[in-house]
Design a protein around this ligand. Structure first.
Ligand SMILES: *Cc1c(COP(=O)(O)O)cnc(C)c1O
Ligand code: SF4
Length: 357
């Protein structure tokens, strides 16, 4: 099944929608919801790009694109366990714009804004207009931190969405990283090829390619309906240029938490030459409980995919442990340890087998 773009009966907006009143004007929310959504917008940034607004079917109350980007009253419900910094980046930030939690790689956050704001964003308290990106001196300090630590092999650009950088600035940053001799890889986390595909110009693609080390792109994608024709063309421009692409998906209740949607989404990504890498369990970001599934539900979904769906379409299901303890695979597990090299291993149909080893 090829992904098809939904055919909305509204004309796409010319600009990114940033105010709840604009969402009402576009017919994406009803007028009586305006006061509540204005309250949401005071806490969390709102933006819906023309590409994604056009892909929403306003007649579908469960539209998976609207559910990801159009604010909802449910965001006003904040649970006690939800945190401003759900994955604990702050204690691992030695200088502004750097998060160094794992030995051989750092996050570099050159910008704090995104072209669109996901309602379940795990950095929703940090990203958005009015937050702080890096100025020239701060970027120098972040790069100096990387340059002075030879154990750092990889720089993961994230944010915010780094792909909103102008091609000239991106080229400059990629080249400055390529000039640090101990680095082996630049990785860029982005939603731009999907949410604003026109930004993937030949100039930007050229800017991503370093003179010495490869640049890999990690696409954030949660539903096959996002992969519009324009998005697939933008991905094609990156892959055709020799840029390897992976995807990370967030498991989202009511959006992709069923076997059929996940299968179709991972197949659509592989079909676009993007390897599904991680399926993230929902983080404890404020006002996002309506999106979270249980771990048991996530494991059951992964178990259902194993065996019946191509191995290329199987990401690793991971949890970022709250408090900054890191990302780990969270199953499901197929082994039971009986000690002394005696195991029971479960096959994809759920039958158990003895194994020595
Ligand atoms: C997720 C993350 C990374 C990248 O981890 P991978 O497992 O290599 O994808 C690096 N640093 C931090 C702080 C992270 O949260
Ligand atoms: S693109 Fe990433 S950083 Fe930006 S709002 Fe979405 S999840 Fe958050």
């Amino acid at each position: 099944m090829a992904p098809t773009q939904s055919l909305p009966d509204h004309s796409p907006p010319a600009r990114t929608l940033r105010r709840p009143a604009e969402l009402v004007e576009q017919g994406l929310v009803s007028a009586e919801r305006l006061p509540a959504l204005e309250a949401v917008a005071r806490s969390f940034a709102v933006a819906v790009t023309p590409a994604m607004a056009a892909a929403i079917d306003p007649a579908d109350p469960a539209d998976p694109i609207a559910a990801q980007f159009v604010p909802s009253e449910a965001e006003l419900t904040v649970l006690p366990e939800e945190r401003a910094d759900p994955i604990g980046d702050e204690p691992f930030s030695p200088v502004k714009g750097i998060v160094h939690r794992y030995h051989d790689r750092v996050l570099l956050k050159p910008v704090h804004v995104c072209p669109i704001y996901c309602r379940f964003c795990f950095r929703r308290e940090m990203v958005g207009p009015g937050g702080e990106g890096l100025d020239a001196a701060e970027l120098d300090a972040a790069l100096a931190y990387i340059a002075s630590r030879p154990q750092i092999w990889e720089v993961v650009m994230t944010g915010g969405d780094p792909m909103i950088l102008a091609p000239r600035r991106m080229a400059e940053l990629v080249e400055r990283l390529n000039a640090i001799a101990h680095l082996g890889l630049v990785r860029i986390h982005t939603r731009v090829p999907i949410v604003d595909p026109d930004r993937i110009t030949a100039e930007l693609v050229a800017a991503l390619k370093g003179s010495r080390i490869p640049t890999w792109v990690m696409l954030h994608s949660n539903h096959w309906q996002e992969l519009t024709q324009a998005a697939r063309a933008a991905i094609g421009r990156l892959v055709d240029a020799g840029i390897p692409m992976l995807a990370q998906t967030v498991l989202l209740k009511g959006i992709n938490d069923d076997v059929e949607t996940l299968t179709r989404t991972f197949r659509a990504l592989v079909g676009a030459r993007v390897k599904p890498h991680y399926l993230h369990h929902g983080d404890l970001a404020k006002g996002t409980s309506h999106f979270r599934t249980s771990l048991a539900e996530g494991q059951a979904l992964m178990r259902a995919l194993r065996g019946d769906v191509s191995g290329l379409c199987q990401p690793t299901y991971v949890l970022d442990i709250p408090g900054g303890h890191g990302k780990v695979p969270v199953g499901p597990g197929y082994l039971t340890d009986h000690g002394d090299g005696q195991w029971t291993v479960e096959d994809p149909r759920g039958n158990r087998h003895a194994y020595r080893g």
